[in-house]
Design a binder for this molecule. Structure first.
Ligand code: T4K
Length: 402
């Protein structure tokens, strides 16, 4: 059966078979040539050097410095620890302005660094709104932590202006933004520091891993000490630190994946284009378009579902997609200010976050990456179109079955 000729009854949430026999996910890992990876592991065993700033970690850091055009890239065991150490390395106290519309790790890292998150609203592109940031500045503000959500660069000039005006550190969570640009320059070289995630679900991964990039020699030196317990030599500890080290197998994975990154990104770009074409004109469905002047990794295909235009809510659509084995995700739902401990720490935060509050009910991220063929993306889009056209009948059947 053609996938856009289904009847309401044939939806898997009623009586039908799922459209896809296997689950299609957001964030299925894309990995490079496994032979190259195993060769690197064999070399590692012959050297018997497994971790602690080994040769492959050093090679990875050098490769990232070139690729992102930054002076320093410091590898960490994961993106959350990279964020936390980046914050600790600033040697600041007080409040950090951050969006609530982000993965919870961004905010947990602020708390773990002994700082207080202050949530700011976002604009229509899902990025920090500099006007809202300005309103959130108090005498206790120490830093702004922007998030380059979906690989889009924040409004960096305006945030930098605010940071300079108020004497604040400007930092970025660039977890989504490897190989993306802002005004034609790679993200990674802005603010004081930027932190990346190399988690398995990211377009460029090292199983688990993270990076902090900076142009500042002193901050880089501190970060290198901090990730290794603060040791400056075998017996001397010169600052507080922890274990933030990336292992050699993880670096081997990253080096291997770096060789294939451009092809992963072309696959994502093509899928994004198929989704864009096939979703066009469906009432109530907005696809977040990326700035064509910038380089994007196209890791996230992000929809906004407007319930009135679409005829059903984002959550009702999600229920249908999941039954069809399409594991779309509600990133970032609920937003951070509605999760503990932040809900208790600042129960009134929602009043300052109207865009975040409304967006959280509408965003849906669709599967992409190597697991998805262009025809799958077309079928998913056609299914979404079908749901819109049949929204009344589907809702009626749910009510009848309830
Ligand atoms: N800042 C931001 C803005 C972030 O988005 C993140 C992480 C961080 C900071 C922190 O960086 P890390 O400390 O994680 O390096 C995922 C990822 O775990 C997380 O890294 C990511 N952001 C977040 C947006 O998404 P979950 O809980 O949604 O992942 P999970 O386990 O549901 O996996 C996603 C899908 O991928 C599933 O359908 C299963 C599939 N999968 C996953 C893994 C790990 C596989 O098929 N194979 C696999 O090996 O958080």
């Amino acid at each position: 059966m053609s996938k856009d000729m289904r009847s309401t009854a044939s939806l898997a949430c009623f009586t039908g078979e799922p459209l896809f026999p296997e689950t299609l996910s957001v964030g299925r890992p894309q990995s490079g040539d496994t032979d190259r990876f195993f060769d690197r592991l064999r070399d590692m065993f012959s050297r018997n050097w497994l971790t602690n700033h080994g040769p492959m970690v050093q090679e990875l850091e050098a490769a990232v410095e070139v690729r992102l055009d930054v002076k320093h890239a410091i590898a960490f065991c994961n993106g959350t620890v990279a964020l936390e150490m980046m914050l600790r390395a600033q040697e600041i106290k007080g409040e950090v302005i951050v969006p609530s519309f982000t993965f919870i790790a961004t905010v947990h890292a602020i708390r773990a660094a002994g700082l207080m998150p202050v949530f700011s609203d976002i604009g229509s592109t899902h990025l920090l709104d500099p006007d809202a940031v300005e309103r959130a500045v108090t005498p206790n503000t120490a830093a702004i932590l922007g998030v380059h959500t979906w690989g889009q660069g924040c409004e960096i000039e305006r945030l930098q202006f605010l940071a300079d005006q108020h004497g604040l550190k400007l930092l970025f969570d660039a977890a989504h933004a490897f190989d993306c640009t802002y005004r034609g320059r790679p993200l990674g070289g802005f603010g004081v520091c930027e932190a990346f995630s190399l988690h398995a679900t990211k377009v460029f991964h090292s199983f688990e891993g993270g990076l902090v990039t900076t142009q500042d020699d002193a901050v880089a030196h501190r970060l290198r000490l901090m990730r290794n317990f603060g040791f400056s030599d075998y017996d001397t500890v010169v600052c507080a630190g922890g274990n933030g080290k990336l292992s050699e197998p993880a670096a081997a994975m990253a080096l291997t994946n770096l060789e294939s990154l451009s092809s992963f990104i072309s696959v994502n770009r093509e899928l994004h284009e198929v989704y864009r074409r096939s979703l066009q004109g469906i009432p109530g469905v907005g696809l977040l378009d990326y700035d064509p002047r910038e380089r994007q990794n196209h890791q996230y295909v992000v929809l906004e579902i407007d319930q009135d235009g679409f005829g059903m809510s984002r959550d009702q659509l999600l229920r249908i997609l999941q039954a069809e084995n399409i594991l779309a995700r509600r990133y970032f739902y609920p937003s951070c200010h509605r999760m503990e401990p932040y809900r208790t720490l600042d129960p009134e935060a929602g009043h300052r976050l109207p865009v975040t509050t409304s967006l959280c009910e509408r965003v849906l991220v669709l599967p992409t990456g190597g697991q998805i063929a262009p025809i799958d993306a077309e079928d998913i889009a056609h299914l979404i179109g079908f749901c819109q056209r049949e929204a009344g009948a589907i809702r009626a059947r749910w009510e009848h079955d309830a």
